[in-house]
Design a protein around this ligand. Structure first.
Ligand code: B3K
Ligand code: ZN
Length: 873
C-alpha cells in the first residue's frame, strides 16, 4: 500500500505564510552537500485559516540546524512528518535560517540535486526542491532567490544558477564561489543550479526594445560542435515570441545546459534551462532530421515558458495545463511557421489521436485539469500537454487570431508575477471577446474523447444542404455522465469538379460552433449535391464519423484543399482495408489487396515529386499504434501481420515505381538541413522501406550502399533500420556491428543503436533485448538508455511484447520492480503498456493483469507506481 494520500483540487487553500526572499548557499560535495537557507517569512493576509508554517522536506533531508530570528529554535517548537517540517507559534514576520545536508551522489531518482556524469545539476519540477532544503514547495509561494555556489575550482570551474551573476571569489582551499541573483519572483520548482567542467557556445540576441541578451549553451567539450542548431532555434524562438505574442526576454543572460541523465526532455528553470542531451545536441553526422526538429521544438517550448509558465505560473499542480497546454500550443505554431504547416499538424494530430486518445480511454484517464492525484509526476501526460494544447487551439479558432492575441496580452498583463488557474486564462479570453466561455470550460473538467456522428441531407429543389451533428462522450473514471462540449468544427463543401463552394463570409471553409448534444447546420444556395470535408485541420480533439464511401474518400484524398483532410482521407481509406483484412486474417482467409487500392497508390507515387513532404505522409500506412487505438479489441499479431502484408503487396506490385522514385530523389549535393532537403530524404527513405519489404538482393545492395556512403545520420540510420529489421537479410549483424564500431563513443547514437534492436519485430527480440541490458553501452541508471531498450521494446515492438507466452509482460514487470526503488518516475512511466490490459484479447488480458497484480503484491511501492497500478487493476 502507498503511504501517500490522495490530494484533491477542491481542498486547495492559500498558504498560511509567504516567503519574500530566499538566500541560499550550497557547499557542494558529492556525498555531503551543505545547504544554508535564509528565509524572510511573513504571514499571508489572504490565508483563510492561519495554521502552522509548513515547510516541505523529503525524508532524505538531514536537518543540521534551524534558527528563528538568529536564535536556535527549541525542538518543542517544530516537528517533522514524512514529507514536511511544521513550525508553530510564529510571529507575523520573521527570519528563518536552516542548514541541511544532502547526498547528491546517492540520488538515483534524479529529482532535486544530483550528479549527471560527474556534474551537479537539479530538477525541481514538480516537487524536487523539497529534496534540497525545507521550504514551502508549492507553486503559489513565489519569492526572489539569491544563490551562492561554493565548489572545488578545478573539478567545477563553471557554477551556474538562476538570474544574473553578481559576485564571485576564490577561497584559499582550492574552492571558488559565484553568487547569482534572480530579480523575478518565482516558485521553488523553477530553481536550478549547475556545477561542472563545461564548454560553452556563446551568442547574443538584441530584443525588440534594443536590449542585448547574452545566450550561452553549455555542454561537455566533446559536444561543443553540436550546439549550433539549438542556438539558431533559440534565436528564432526569441524573435517569434516577440512577433507573434509581443513577448520579450527579461534577463541579461539566457543559459541552457545539456546533461545526459535526465528524467524527461528539458526544464524551463528561470534563465537556466536544463536539457536532456537528446533535446539539445544536434549534428548532421550524428542526428537524424527528426532529432533536429525535436531539438528545435524543445528549445522553443522551454523558451516560451519564460512567459507562459514562469512570469505567469500555476496556482497549484492541478493547473499544470495552464502552462503546459498553452506552451505546447505556442511551440506547435512556431514549428508550423518554421516548416510545413500541414506536416506539423499531421505529426501533432498523430500523437493526439494515438497516444492521447488511448490515455483518455484507459484507467488513467483524467481531465485536462485533473481533480485529484496521488503523485503529480504521473500527470505530466499527453492529456495535460497535447489535449491541453488542443483546447487552447480551439479557443484560438473560436476567437480568431486577433482576439486571441488580445486575450493573451490581457492574460500576461493582468497576471504578471502571479500564480493563477486555467479559469483565469479562459476569463482573459472571455473578457476580450465578450463571449461566454462557461460551457467551453468543460474541456478542462471532463475527461474522455467526444464522439461526433455526422449525417446530412441535400434538398436540390431548395438548394439547401443540412449537416446534423450528434455528440456524445464515453464514461471515464471521474464521471459517467458528460455534458455537451462547445467546439469549433471547420467544414468545407466540395463540388463534383473538386473545387470548394464559397460559403458564408466569402471563404471556402466555415466554422460551425457545436454546443448541443444534437445540432443541425443549414447551408443555403448550394446548387449541387456537395461532399462535406469535415473537421478541417482537426479543429477539435474528437472522433468523427460520417458515412463516406470509399470513392468519396478517394475523391477527398485527391481534391480536398485542406491538406490535413487530404491526408486523413487517405488514412481512413487505408484503415478500412486494414480492418477488413484483420477480419480475414482472424478467420484464416487468404489476404488480397484490391485493385482500386493499388490504383490509388500508383497515382500517389506518380504525383509524389510535386510535394515530397506531403507524399511521404500520404504513403505512410496508419501506424500499428493508431490501428490498435481504434480497434474494439486489440489483436497485436493480426494488426502487425496485416499491415506488413499490405506493405509487402504495395512493395512487390509497384516495385519499379518505388525504385524510380528512390533514384529520382537521390542527390549529389552535400547535406543540408533545409526543409526541402528534409522532405527529399523522408520520401527517399520511405521508398527504401518499401523496396526492402520484398526479397530482392538488388534492393538489399541499395540499402547497404546507402548505409556505407551516407554523409548524414538520417540516411545512414534509415538504411540501418531497414537492414536490421529485414526478414531477407542474413547479415543484419554486419550493419549493426559496423554502426557500433563507428559510433560507440557517441552516447546519443548508441541510444538509436539500442532502439533499432529493441524494436526489431522479428522473433527472438526479447532474448536480444536481455543481452542488450548487459552490453557495455547500456547503463541501467540512465533514463535515456532505459527508454531506448525497455521502453522501445514494450511500446514499439508490439508483436514481441505481446508474445503469446506472456514473456514480454513478465519482463516489463521484473524491470519495474527493480527500477521503482531507483527511479520511481521512470518506473511509473514504463508501466503504461500494461495499464491498457482491458483493450486486449482475453488470454492477454489475464496475463497482463497478473503482472500488474504481481507488482501490487510486491510490498513497498513508490507513490508513483502505486497510483498507476492501483488505478489500472
Ligand atoms: N516543465 C517540464 C516538465 C517537468 C516534469 C516533471 N516531472 C518540462 C516542460 O514541459 O517544459
Ligand atoms: Zn513545458
Amino acid at each position: 500500500m502507498s503511504a501517500k494520500p490522495v490530494i484533491y483540487l477542491k481542498d486547495y487553500a492559500p498558504p498560511s505564510y509567504l516567503i519574500e526572499t530566499i538566500d541560499l548557499k550550497f557547499e557542494l560535495e558529492e556525498t555531503q552537500t551543505h545547504v544554508f537557507s535564509t528565509l524572510r517569512v511573513k504571514r499571508n493576509p489572504d490565508a483563510v485559516v492561519s495554521t502552522e508554517l509548513e515547510l516541505h522536506g523529503h525524508e532524505s533531508l538531514q536537518l543540521r540546524s534551524i534558527k528563528l530570528n538568529g536564535q536556535p529554535l527549541e525542538s518543542s517548537a517544530y516537528h517533522r512528518e514524512t514529507e514536511s517540517l511544521l513550525i508553530s507559534d510564529l510571529p507575523d514576520a520573521f527570519e528563518l535560517e536552516i542548514e541541511t545536508e544532502i547526498n547528491p551522489k546517492e540520488n538515483t531518482a534524479l529529482e532535486g540535486l544530483y550528479l549527471s556524469d560527474g556534474m551537479y545539476c537539479t530538477q525541481c519540477e514538480a516537487e524536487g526542491f523539497r529534496r534540497i532544503t525545507f521550504y514551502p514547495d508549492r507553486p503559489d509561494v513565489m519569492a526572489t532567490f539569491t544563490t551562492t555556489l561554493v565548489a572545488d575550482q578545478k573539478a567545477y570551474p563553471i557554477l551556474l544558477s538562476n538570474g544574473n551573476p553578481v559576485e564571485k571569489g576564490v577561497l584559499d582551499d582550492g574552492r571558488h564561489w559565484v553568487k547569482w541573483q534572480d530579480p523575478f519572483l518565482k516558485p521553488a520548482y523553477l530553481f536550478a543550479l549547475v556545477a561542472g567542467d563545461l564548454a560553452c557556445l556563446e551568442d547574443h540576441f538584441t530584443t525588440q526594445s534594443g536590449r542585448k541578451v547574452t545566450l550561452q549553451i553549455f555542454a561537455e567539450s566533446k559536444d561543443l560542435e553540436k550546439l549550433d542548431h539549438a542556438m539558431t532555434a533559440l534565436k528564432n524562438s526569441m524573435r517569434w515570441d516577440e512577433q507573434v505574442y509581443g513577448r520579450e526576454y527579461d534577463l541579461d543572460i539566457y543559459m541552457i545546459v545539456a546533461v545526459d541523465f535526465f528524467n524527461m526532455g528539458a526544464m524551463e528553470n528561470k534563465g537556466l534551462n536544463i536539457f536532456n542531451t537528446s533535446c539539445v545536441l544536434a549534428h548532421p553526422r550524428t542526428t537524424t532530421d527528426m532529432g533536429f526538429q525535436r531539438v528545435e521544438s524543445v528549445v522553443a517550448h522551454e523558451y516560451f515558458h519564460n512567459w507562459s509558465g514562469n512570469r505567469v505560473t500555476c496556482r497549484d499542480w492541478f493547473q499544470l495545463s495552464l502552462k503546459e497546454g498553452f506552451t505546447v500550443f505556442r511551440d506547435q505554431c512556431f514549428s508550423a511557421d518554421m516548416h510545413s504547416a500541414v506536416v506539423q499538424r499531421v505529426d501533432e494530430v498523430g500523437i493526439l489521436r494515438t497516444a492521447q486518445f488511448a490515455e483518455d480511454a484507459g484507467p488513467m484517464a483524467h481531465p485536462v485539469r485533473p481533480a485529484s492525484f496521488i503523485e503529480i509526476s504521473n500527470f505530466y501526460t499527453l492529456t495535460v500537454y497535447e489535449k491541453g494544447a488542443a483546447v487552447v487551439r480551439m479557443l484560438h479558432t473560436l476567437l480568431g487570431p486577433e482576439t486571441f492575441r488580445k486575450g493573451s496580452d490581457l492574460y500576461f498583463e493582468r497576471h504578471d508575477g502571479q500564480a493563477v488557474t486555467t479559469d483565469d486564462f479562459v476569463q482573459a479570453m472571455a473578457d476580450v471577446s465578450g463571449r461566454d466561455l462557461t460551457q467551453f470550460k468543460r474541456w478542462y473538467s471532463q475527461a474522455g474523447t467526444p464522439r461526433l456522428t455526422v449525417t446530412d441531407r441535400y434538398d436540390a429543389a431548395a438548394q439547401r444542404y443540412e449537416l446534423t451533428v450528434k455528440q456524445s462522450c464515453p464514461a471515464t473514471p471521474e464521471s459517467k455522465q458528460k455534458q455537451p462540449f462547445h467546439m469549433p468544427i471547420s467544414v468545407g463543401l466540395l463540388r463534383a469538379d473538386g473545387t470548394s463552394f464559397v460559403l458564408a463570409e466569402g471563404g471556402t471553409s466555415m466554422l460551425l460552433e457545436l454546443t448541443d448534444a444534437e445540432q443541425t447546420f443549414i447551408f443555403e444556395k448550394i446548387d449541387e449535391q456537395p461532399l462535406p470535408s469535415l473537421l478541417r485541420n482537426f479543429s477539435a480533439p474528437v472522433k468523427l464519423s460520417y458515412p463516406y464511401t470509399d470513392e468519396q474518400l478517394a475523391f477527398l484524398l485527391s481534391h480536398d484543399e485542406d491538406g490535413f483532410n487530404r491526408w486523413d482521407a487517405g488514412q481512413q481509406l487505408a484503415l478500412r482495408l486494414i480492418n477488413q483484412l484483420i477480419d480475414d486474417y482472424q478467420q484464416q482467409k487468404d489476404l488480397a489487396l484490391p485493385e482500386h487500392f493499388l490504383a490509388t497508390w500508383r497515382l500517389l507515387i506518380k504525383e509524389a515529386p510535386q510535394d515530397p513532404a506531403m507524399a511521404a505522409l500520404l504513403m505512410t500506412l496508419p501506424s500499428e499504434a493508431y490501428i490498435s487505438e481504434l480497434a474494439e479489441q486489440i489483436d497485436p499479431i493480426a494488426i502487425h501481420q496485416v499491415r506488413q502484408f499490405i506493405k509487402r503487396e504495395l512493395a512487390s506490385k509497384l516495385a519499379n515505381l518505388w525504385l524510380e522514385l528512390y533514384q529520382q530523389h537521390d542527390t549529389d549535393v552535400a547535406y543540408s538541413a533545409e526543409p526541402k532537403e528534409m522532405a527529399r530524404r523522408s520520401l527517399r527513405n520511405l521508398c527504401l522501406g518499401y523496396l526492402m519489404a520484398v526479397d530482392n538482393p538488388a534492393h538489399l545492395a541499395l540499402a547497404e550502399q546507402q548505409f556505407e556512403t551516407a554523409d548524414n545520420m538520417t540516411d545512414q540510420f534509415a538504411a540501418l533500420v531497414n537492414l536490421a529489421h529485414s526478414e531477407f537479410n542474413d547479415s543484419a549483424h554486419t550493419a549493426l556491428d559496423s554502426f557500433l564500431t563507428q559510433w560507440q563513443h557517441e552516447s546519443l547514437v548508441m541510444n538509436q543503436w539500442l532502439m533499432v534492436q529493441a524494436t526489431d519485430p522479428k522473433p527472438g527480440a526479447l532474448m536480444r533485448v536481455m543481452q542488450l541490458l548487459d552490453h557495455p553501452v547500456y547503463d541501467p541508471r540512465n533514463p535515456n538508455k532505459i527508454r531506448s531498450v525497455i521502453g522501445a521494446f514494450c511500446n514499439q515492438n508490439a508483436v514481441n511484447f505481446h508474445a503469446e507466452d506472456g514473456s514480454g509482460y513478465r519482463f516489463l514487470a521484473d524491470h519495474i520492480l527493480k527500477l521503482d526503488a531507483q527511479n520511481p518516475q521512470i518506473a511509473a512511466r514504463l508501466l503504461t503498456p500494461l495499464t491498457r490490459w482491458k483493450r486486449y484479447t482475453p488470454n492477454r488480458q489475464a496475463m497482463m493483469q497478473a503482472q500488474l497484480q504481481r507488482i501490487m503484491d510486491s510490498g513497498k511501492l513508490s507513490g508513483d507506481v502505486y497510483e498507476v497500478v492501483s488505478k489500472s487493476l
